[in-house]
Design a binder for this molecule. Structure first.
Ligand SMILES: CC(C)(COP(=O)(O)OP(=O)(O)OC[C@H]1O[C@@H](n2cnc3c(N)ncnc32)[C@H](O)[C@@H]1OP(=O)(O)O)[C@@H](O)C(=O)NCCC(=O)NCCS
Length: 159
């Protein structure tokens, strides 16, 4: 995996232990997604990193602006036969949100998923109250599939 350069001094850098700890230390849970505050714990973060980094069906990037880790974005559950995957993103703090970064990162990840991973369908989901995420997913080309009592489900189909 290579570093992907975007606008606004943003880069997607393949996740490393060091970047993940920085991301976790900066992370403040967003009430649109989760009611429970996040508390950084070095050991738990390392366990989480070790589990995820060895997952062959994941492609995971730190979202870095200049030298600051402002989020993470990844494909999980990549199925290379079916050419499908699930996209997920989180910026660490409110100061980074609403500035267009999520939109450019999601667009770039779709381009990467289609061109580099050969994906034909990308899935995403958001909790019902996360209207900002829903808006951004729809803006970059995801279509509503359905919803249940907790989540709304989306899919993006390669043109
Ligand atoms: C969801 C997230 C990735 C979006 O990234 P972002 O950089 O904040 O989004 P952008 O600035 O690119 O775009 C925000 C858009 O949502 C709109 N918006 C802002 N608040 C909104 C709300 N409460 N309801 C609906 N739309 C909203 C903005 O007007 C903007 O749309 P526009 O460009 O058409 O004007 C980011 O906010 C985030 O990390 N949130 C917490 C984690 C999360 O929700 N992850 C997604 C779960 S899968």
């Amino acid at each position: 995996m290579e570093i992907i350069i975007l606008e606004n001094s943003i880069k997607l850098i393949p996740m490393t232990s060091e970047l993940y700890h920085k991301e976790r230390m900066n992370y403040i849970a967003d009430p649109m997604m989760c009611d429970i505050p996040y508390v950084y714990d070095r050991e738990n973060a390392q366990k989480d990193f070790d589990k995820k980094i060895h997952d062959k069906n994941r492609r995971w990037f730190a979202i870095v602006q200049n030298t600051n880790v402002i989020g993470n974005v990844y494909y999980k559950n990549i199925n290379f036969e079916k050419k499908t995957a699930v996209l997920s993103i989180a910026l660490t703090q409110d100061i980074h949100k609403g500035k267009g970064y999520g939109t450019v990162v999601e667009k770039k990840m779709l381009e990467y998923g289609v061109n580099q991973l050969g994906l034909q369908i990308v899935y995403a989901d958001t909790v019902l109250r996360n209207t900002r995420s829903q808006h951004v997913l729809e803006k970059v080309g995801f279509k509503y599939i359905n919803e249940d009592s907790d989540f709304i489900y989306y899919e993006y189909t390669k043109n």
